[in-house]
Design a protein around this ligand. Structure first.
Ligand code: ADE
Length: 223
């Protein structure tokens, strides 16, 4: 999978991709992440990428020209399955969306900043708009990192234990069961006996029950 991320503050995207699973996935060539500075596509002498909104109002708007140039130069090199805009008014990200996008070969992700992008960018280039929740971030970069993390860990081979993404919360619309590790007794707080019994079928049954109970109690809307 190849992901191209467009941003006016690419520094914000450095560390999320430079550690842990996202770094390992890139080192193993499971995913290639390219970060593009929209400013590099500005034809303006001052590398200007934003301007005042027509009709007045607070905040600046990202201009169409540098964004269009960047997207068009990428699209001239390969075919993209989706051009995603990160925005609080997009479709809310969930595990189903992450699964859907993780199957794509090439994706462009555009991060908004300031008040957002000129509407014509959305009309002309964007195929999907995604939000990470009903709150407003300073830009789309952290949202893009969240979206990429959710997608990349689902690419086959990225997680060491292939089954571990399948047992994540939400993967089957249920929350994950509680998990424990050593010591079995922490100041009198015991690990449930079933987990140390060695009875694998019973452990599986217990986990399923716990998942159902937790979901019913904490997220009944998922049923
Ligand atoms: N940009 C700003 N806020 C956002 C959000 N909640 N989701 C996606 N992109 C955003």
């Amino acid at each position: 999978m190849r992901i191209d991320i467009l941003s006016v503050v690419p520094e914000l995207l450095e560390s999320p991709f430079d550690a842990s699973i996202l770094k390992r996935a890139q080192d193993a060539n499971s995913v290639e992440v390219n970060i593009h500075n929209i400013r590099d596509y500005s034809s303006n002498r001052y590398k200007q990428v934003d301007d005042y909104p027509y009709g007045g109002g607070a905040g600046m708007v990202l201009m169409i020209e540098p964004i269009a140039k960047c997207i068009e130069s990428l699209q001239a090199q390969r075919k993209y399955d989706a051009v995603v805009y990160m925005t609080p008014d997009g479709q809310q990200l969930n595990q189903k969306t992450a699964n859907h996008f993780s199957l794509f070969k090439n994706i462009i992700i555009l991060c908004g900043h300031y008040k957002g992008v000129d509407q014509r960018v959305r009309d002309l280039f964007i195929t999907d708009e995604i939000s990470v929740g009903d709150y407003v971030l300073s830009g789309g970069e952290l949202a893009a990192a969240v979206f990429c993390d959710a997608m990349i860990r689902l690419i086959p081979g990225v997680l060491g234990n292939e089954t571990s993404a399948l047992t994540d919360s939400f993967q089957d619309n249920l929350l994950a069961p509680p998990i424990y590790t050593r010591p079995a007794d922490y100041k009198g707080h015991q690990v449930p006996d079933i987990l140390t019994s060695g009875n694998t079928p019973k452990v599986e049954q217990w986990r399923e029950e716990q998942s159902l109970n937790r979901t019913q109690k904490l997220r009944p809307d998922l049923f």
